[in-house]
Design a protein around this ligand. Structure first.
Ligand code: SER
Length: 612
């Protein structure tokens, strides 16, 4: 069964059971500062689970392009880890719960996809001593048995396997998952081998239901949601793998043309490259992910989404070099051709995608050659008079060929020149230097130290294009707008997102009707009065709980990882928890005017505003 047939059957089955087919969202979630990428279909629906917005229908279904970065280092190492994947998802928002979710899952798997019932197993949340506050799921096992699953195939597991949420916070709950028994030949042979075992025998094919019951706060508390919901998800690639009877997702029809293209364009010397197939798979995954990221307007950069894109492209280039693959941009067209039927927008972006890939390759090659020169300099200078910018400690210890390179130095080169650690180590090795035995551990320690140092700088970047003067002025203006909206429309207004460039601000908020001309004029007037009064901007640091008690707006409270937050005040007009850059006074920011106001989904409005 071709992957797109699986998709069709899935959408059709759930649509027949009264689920509304909804469009997918971008890989970069617009209004969710807690997530870098859309990591599951449910990301788009978080406000529904939380009861903040009303869904267009209580039952939804779709296919969603997703990106997960946690396992990026394992891509290519095994048959099924991917960064980008497509998720088939279905949802009940405050509608049916466990029993119907399980019954739908069972019917879809056994009647539509024709899985043999005796090959299917299910897991459920059986309790976890580390999470005593979450009660065990005492119903799902019974519901699985009732639909016809063998009692011996129903396994209770802990939080790690059967509790799900996207990121660190938000709607979450215990899950029930379906596994396919691929047979003894895939297994470890242990007597108690079953779902949850590390071997390859039992393969999870469907998260048949996250039973959304809680909202996890940043403090790790589980607050009950206003109503129960169900969130299901299945990786299309994995279903294709088992239904096409392949051993690897890379052997499915979703990947075959790309793998063939990579193989035909590369020529490992006499087949002597170790793990050639792994490299090919890694390139295929990373090029596919990069193609979709660029199509969703992500550009290579040193932070956030752009950093992940840069890493994917550069890792693919490294792997490509090992098998003499020339240029990645030629591969993007194969991805576009394979996916443009399902994702028509790819076609228009093809040229752009190729340009971005080839520009990034050029930049990377230049960085490599600069890095190599710097490594030469460091070696020439010797440990005593090192010319690198590493402040501590000096490069290596010992002298001459006995100098030992530590993970800290390797980290410096990866950080400064964007070089992969493997390449840096190789360059040192080639020049006769000895690598520390603890190099990987030292590298990770240096990386952690660096992350800690930069965490506070990075705390706030949400929605800002950069921190130029205009951008700062626009960001400051969002505080004014937020407060003015609440004064004119009411306290139900909450910011759900913002996006700032040096030319305009965009501000999303909850409100259910279009703004009248009168309301818009009032909002502008209030803001401009504050600007004319040239109010000063000040901030105070305090624990988040105190800030909230003092009435500071803190709708993105979840984003603030530390206990101490900054409360920014603009005169006595606005008080808001924020970590961003602000003007010191607002008198010179210009006159504010609303240039557009529109709906962005039910219960949500968007304002575009400029300062002139
Ligand atoms: N959100 C759940 C998951 O990703 C179900 O889709 O597994």
């Amino acid at each position: 069964m071709k992957a797109r047939e699986i998709q069709e059957k899935f959408l059709h089955f759930f649509a027949e059971h009264d689920h509304l087919i909804v469009p997918q969202i971008s890989l970069v979630p617009e209004n969710d500062p807690t997530l870098l990428f859309t990591s599951a279909g449910m990301v788009a629906f978080k406000p529904y689970f939380l009861g903040l917005e009303k869904p267009p229908h209580p039952r939804l279904v779709n296919i969603q392009r997703c990106l997960r970065t946690t396992d990026i280092d394992r891509v290519g190492q095994n048959a099924r880890t991917l960064s980008f994947f497509e998720m088939l998802g279905s949802w009940s928002i405050g509608d049916y719960f466990k029993e119907e979710a399980i019954s739908l899952a069972w019917r879809f798997l056994t009647e539509v996809l024709d899985f043999a019932p005796d090959k299917l197993w299910a897991t459920y949340f059986a309790s976890d001593s580390e999470y005593p506050q979450i009660p065990p799921d005492q119903e799902s096992a019974g519901f699985w048995q009732a639909v016809g699953m063998d009692r011996g195939h129903i396994v209770g597991l802990g939080h790690k396997d059967n509790f799900w949420r996207a990121g660190n916070v938000g709607p979450c709950g215990p899950s029930t998952e379906v596994y396919l028994d691929r047979g003894r030949s895939f297994g470890c042979g242990k007597k108690n081998c079953r779902p949850g075992c590390d071997c390859d025998r039992f393969l999870e094919i469907w998260n048949a239901g996250v039973f959304m019951q809680y909202n996890q706060t940043l403090k790790g508390e589980y607050e009950p949601l206003p109503f129960n919901s169900v969130d299901t998800g299945a990786g299309l690639e994995r279903l294709a793998m088992v239904l096409q009877k392949k051993d690897s997702v890379f052997a499915t029809d979703l990947f075959a043309p790309l793998i063939d293209k990579i193989t035909s364009l590369s020529k490992p010397v006499n087949g002597q490259v170790k793990n050639e197939a792994r490299l090919v798979n890694l390139i295929a995954d990373h090029v596919r992910a990069s193609t979709f990221l660029i199509a969703d307007d992500v550009l290579p950069a040193n932070q956030e989404q752009g950093y992940i894109l840069r890493r994917l492209i550069r890792r693919a280039i490294d792997a490509g070099d090992k098998i003499s693959l020339i240029g990645l941009e030629g591969l993007a067209s194969t991805v576009v051709e394979g996916y443009q039927f399902a994702y028509p927008y790819l076609f228009d972006k093809k040229k752009r995608i190729e340009e971005v890939l080839s520009d990034e390759e050029e930049r990377y090659r230049k960085a490599i050659s600069r890095g190599r020169k710097e490594i030469d300099l460091v070696i020439k200078a010797g440990p005593a008079q090192t010319k690198t910018k590493i402040t501590d400690p000096v490069i290596g210890t010992g002298s001459g060929s006995k100098r030992i390179i530590s993970g800290k130095e390797v980290f410096y080169f990866t950080q400064t020149f964007g070089l992969p650690p493997e390449l840096v180590k190789e360059e040192f090795r080639k020049r006769g230097l000895v690598l520390s035995k603890m190099i990987d551990r030292e590298f990770v320690a240096a990386q952690k130290e660096h992350q800690q140092k930069s965490r506070s700088d990075k705390k706030f970047r949400g929605g800002l294009a950069n921190d130029s003067g205009r951008v700062v002025a626009y960001h400051t203006a969002t505080h004014l707008l937020h407060q003015a909206l609440r004064q004119v429309l009411g306290d139900h207004v909450r910011q759900t997102g913002s996006n700032i460039t040096s030319k305009r601000l965009r501000f999303d908020f909850t409100h259910s009707q279009a703004l009248t001309e009168e309301e818009k004029a009032k909002i502008e007037k209030i803001i401009n009065q504050q600007i004319e009064a040239d109010l000063p901007v000040s901030f105070e640091e305090m624990p988040l709980s105190r800030a909230q008690k003092k009435g500071a707006l803190a709708f993105f409270a979840d984003r603030y990882q530390q206990d101490e937050v900054r409360v920014y005040k603009i005169g006595d007009f606005s008080k808001e928890v924020c970590g961003g850059p602000h003007l010191k006074r607002i008198g010179k920011m210009g006159r504010f005017s609303i240039i557009k106001e529109q709906s962005v989904g039910s219960g949500k409005r968007r304002i575009y505003g400029i300062l002139i």
